[in-house]
Ligand binder design. Structure first.
Ligand code: ADP
Length: 207
């Protein structure tokens, strides 16, 4: 799936089906909102500069999106990851993409929530998004996609994680929008797609 095939997000689909777009949390910024996409599907198919992996501290592969990324990238990804000697919660490390259509993989380790979310978990999840974006821009990547970090095996409630994801990306783009062309929220579950559709207008109101 190339970038041209991933449309820029707009609220039109919501309005078309009769949903009203309510009070927003952030100012309109058309140029910035044009850099956001919602992609529903498998992140390993995206032919862009970088995809973010919801990894674990070992960085040696696991289940969920991590398993899918390692399967598609192949054993050379695991070898490069092994040299990194792990990653702390909230931090991010970058590797090549190998067999993936994406050029790079940014590995970040989300907090383990198991349904209980406090300020600690919220801050670590924010760190995941911020540090991943920093890694991307430090490496001069212009297009990056995020899965719904921590909301699978790590048990962070998706309806809370969506706000952390959208707010952190919005704040990062407010400061660094010239460094990125597109940030794609990649949703895998229909329930996550709904959550993002519902909440995107709060953070990217002119979309
Ligand atoms: P975590 O351990 O951080 O919770 P998971 O991989 O278990 O990570 O889940 C994170 C999110 O990734 C979940 O929303 C899950 O549905 C989604 N996911 C699983 N496989 C893929 C994939 N191939 N592409 C994109 N998202 C995926």
């Amino acid at each position: 799936v190339s970038l041209e095939e991933v449309p820029v997000w707009t609220a039109k689909s919501l309005v078309d089906r009769g949903d009203s777009v309510k009070a927003t949390k952030f100012k309109r910024n058309e140029a910035l909102d044009k850099k956001i996409s919602l992609f529903s599907g498998d992140i390993t198919k995206l032919e862009i500069d970088g995809i973010v992996n919801a990894a674990n501290k070992t960085l040696l592969g696991g289940g969920g999106v991590d398993g899918a990324i390692h399967r598609t990238a192949g054993p050379l990804l695991r070898s490069e990851c092994a040299e990194l000697r792990g990653c702390e919660t909230g931090e991010a490390k970058i590797t090549g993409g190998y067999g993936l259509p994406a050029k790079y993989v940014i590995h970040t380790v989300g907090p383990i929530a198991m349904g209980e979310v406090g300020e600690e978990e919220r801050s670590r999840l924010r760190d995941c998004y911020r540090h991943s974006l920093q890694k991307a821009t430090d490496t001069k990547l212009r297009t990056v996609a995020f899965p719904c970090i921590s909301t699978g095996i790590y048990g962070y409630p998706p309806e809370q994680a969506v706000h952390v994801a959208l707010e952190t990306v919005r704040k990062y783009l407010d400061e660094h929008h010239e460094k990125l062309d597109r940030v794609i929220f990649c949703v895998f579950l229909p329930t996550d797609k709904e959550l993002y559709l519902k909440n995107l207008p709060l953070y990217f109101p002119s979309g």
